[in-house]
Design a protein around this ligand. Structure first.
Ligand code: FES
Ligand code: FES
Length: 160
């Protein structure tokens, strides 16, 4: 067992983990944050995406011990985030989800894509989201949601 500590959604946490414990299992099972979903569990679908030190990582293939000393942000850590609020609104207006299973990882990736300014057109959005698989929507609603979120954020920045 390893003793690890991290800042999780702004809160300092400390716990003991097995060397083979993944970050996904740590946040879900030891910290009770079940908003991080597990789909493929081998780094393909993106459902388990969280931010580690500000960068998206696949928590199913990241060992919890590798996050020792890091800042980790799961979907629960975006409740008061203004950009995420806009993306959520756009998802609702443009039907960016159906069952919602892929959505936590999708939202975290999209926020990163928007913040990095690479959501410039449909093709760029599709390329940027290639690592997040959705089995329901056919992606049209998701791509439209990203475009709408970008437009809403631009409108907001022009008004302020
Ligand atoms: S569950 Fe981690 S990438 Fe699929
Ligand atoms: S909304 Fe169902 S998997 Fe994406």
């Amino acid at each position: 067992m390893n003793e690890i500590g991290m800042t999780l959604n702004g809160r300092k946490v400390q716990d003991r983990v097995e060397g083979r414990c993944t970050l996904a299992d740590f946040v879900r099972e030891q910290q009770g944050l079940t908003g991080t979903h597990l789909g493929c569990e081998h780094g393909v679908c993106g459902a388990c995406t969280v931010l580690m030190d500000g960068k998206p990582v696949r928590s199913c293939i990241t060992f919890a011990a590798a996050a020792d000393g890091s800042e980790v942000r799961t979907i629960e850590g975006f409740d008061d985030d203004k950009v995420m609020a806009v993306i959520r609104r756009a998802f609702s207006e443009e039907h960016g989800l159906q069952c919602g299973f892929c959505t936590p990882g999708m939202l975290i990736t999209i926020r990163d894509v928007i913040e990095r300014g690479v959501a410039t057109d449909q093709k760029a959005i599709r390329v940027a989201l290639a690592g997040n698989i959705c089995r329901c929507t056919g992606y049209l609603g998701i791509v439209r949601s990203v475009q709408r979120a970008v437009a809403l954020l631009e409108e907001g920045s022009q008004q302020s």
